[in-house]
Design a binder for this molecule. Structure first.
Ligand code: ADP
Ligand code: MG
Length: 473
């Protein structure tokens, strides 16, 4: 039956690694319940085999619509699955209004009822007086212990910790913003976990802006806005993630604005995130925008190489697998967009290696990640560097190529050559050619000179840093 079929379709190795460890727990209504010992395995199965398992089950039992996999950590000792918080909070998340702590401790975040689905209905409605569902959206891996701190996120991290640990409201709201995959959601979940751990009596509610809107709409439809308001406003800490989603949605904004004021007036903590700063959030009413900026606004900058490496190391440790350092370096160098992609790359390697029973090597990494790496290839050109440097120093583009050796022209030119060497894969002779046909030794000299001055002269270093920031994606 289903098992045999899966083995035939996916092969023996994959079956043994991923599918055999699944334990069938039973059939409930139109849902098949299974369990597995680690979160990582569950996520992997969900993203790779879910549709097929679901289809096969439907063939045998036509009523089957979804398959849900819970995590049963007693089944085996998982490699560090879920980190310290996972066990501690398992099923113990008694939320705001009720304690629908489902015994499995594993609400189906991204389970079959999730995104990979074609033919099954959306997850059962959240039964909207209850909050169990909402809270189980907190990912146990997203805690402070597993958040790597670096320059780009240190302010946001410190502020988040402050909010989580302070018995009073230190600033209101805490507004976190930054691009995709830079850790905003991670930090918000971490705040929630920390408060739950230290002060279980404090009521914390985390909502994506999307869920805020859906719950509101559902309340309107059921003519039950009172209980919506009650639920949202009865908390001590309200977090709303990705509020750029409210853009152009006027009535949701209106409700959010009133919720916001009501909570702030009663000295309840708000934590908000978005992809832009309050003043840059288009499509939000002015009064809301200005209010969002009242507290502490902390932006998260794009990840540096060091931070990328740190995050990768952390993720590898969390999975409990050894990945050679040079492979981590390779990923951190070649994939620079955001942590979500880094994690995707790592998971791909780990899954493949596990399935094939192979070690993770450079060779394997280069082959498997070829497409990802290509997609991340930088398109920064030397022309762009010359243009940016020239305009920064109020020079003409032609000065970058001219033979003039006066310092006000020569220095910026040297900086441009240095940046070309640092930020593009071009060779010294290639760079020389682009700067008025100079010799490669001139480029080499420029690079050395800039490095020297960088260490000696603070304002020079600031110029270089600023330019680098302008040029880096
Ligand atoms: P955002 O909400 O800003 O789009 P997420 O919080 O969802 O980003 O982060 C995307 C992924 O990257 C998550 O798996 C998260 O754990 C990871 N991540 C981001 N920043 C860090 C960090 N500083 N340390 C560890 N993991 C991180
Ligand atoms: Mg997010």
């Amino acid at each position: 039956m289903v098992r045999g079929q899966l083995r035939d379709e996916f092969g023996d190795t994959a079956f043994r690694s991923w599918l055999k460890p699944l334990t069938l727990k039973g059939l409930e209504g139109n849902c098949v319940r299974m369990s597995i010992q680690s979160r990582f395995m569950r996520d992997w199965i969900n993203s790779h085999y879910s549709n097929r398992i679901s289809e096969l089950w439907t063939k045998v039992h036509p009523e089957v619509r979804t398959v849900e996999i819970s995590i049963d950590q007693t089944a085996a000792v998982p490699p560090n699955a879920g980190g310290p918080a996972a066990g501690a909070f398992k099923g113990g998340f008694n939320g705001v209004a009720n304690g629908s702590s489902n015994g499995t401790g594993a609400a189906p975040r991204g389970a079959f009822s999730g995104t990979s689905q074609r033919n099954s209905p959306p997850p059962a409605p959240a039964g909207f007086t209850g909050t169990g569902e909402r809270e189980s959206q907190l990912d146990p891996r997203y805690n402070f212990e597993q958040f790597v701190v670096g320059k780009p996120n240190e302010l946001a991290h410190a502020a988040a910790q402050r909010v989580a640990e302070s018995p009073t409201v230190p600033f209101n709201p805490l507004f976190l913003y930054g691009g995709v995959g830079l850790g905003k959601t991670h930090l918000m979940h971490a705040i929630a976990w920390k408060i739950k751990e230290d002060n279980p009596e404090r009521r914390v509610l985390y909502l994506s802006a999307e869920n805020f809107m859906y719950d509101l709409i559902r309340a309107l439809r059921h003519k039950d806005t009172m209980s919506f308001k009650e639920r949202i406003r009865s908390v001590d800490v309200l977090m709303v993630d990705d509020v750029q989603f409210f853009s152009g949605k006027d009535s949701t904004q209106e409700e959010f604005f009133h919720t916001f004021n009501d909570l702030v007036n009663r000295n309840k903590q708000l934590v908000i995130s978005a992809d832009k700063s309050p003043s840059d959030l288009e499509g939000l009413e002015e009064r809301l925008r200005s209010r969002l900026g009242w507290g502490l606004v902390a932006d998260i900058h794009p990840m540096t190489y060091e931070l990328r490496l740190g995050v990768l190391q952390q993720k590898a440790d969390a999975i409990g697998i050894h990945v050679p350092f040079e492979v981590l370096e390779f990923i951190a160098t070649r994939i620079s967009s955001n942590a979500r992609e880094l994690e995707g790359a790592l998971n791909k390697l780990v899954a493949h290696a596990t399935m094939m029973g192979r070690d993770i090597t450079m060779d394997l990494s280069q082959t498997l990640l070829r497409d990802l790496v290509r997609a991340n290839e930088r398109k920064l050109t030397i022309e762009e560097i010359k243009k940016t440097v020239a305009s920064h120093f109020n020079l003409r583009y032609a000065d970058m190529e001219s033979a003039r050796r006066a310092r006000p022209v020569a220095r910026p030119r040297q900086i441009a050559m240095y940046l070309a060497k640092q930020l593009t894969p071009k060779s010294l002779p290639e760079i020389g050619r682009m700067f008025g046909n100079r010799d490669h030794t001139t480029v080499m000299y420029s690079v050395k000179k800039v490095e020297e001055l960088y260490a000696l002269d603070r304002s020079f270093a600031e110029d270089v840093d600023l330019l680098r920031k302008k040029l880096e994606p």
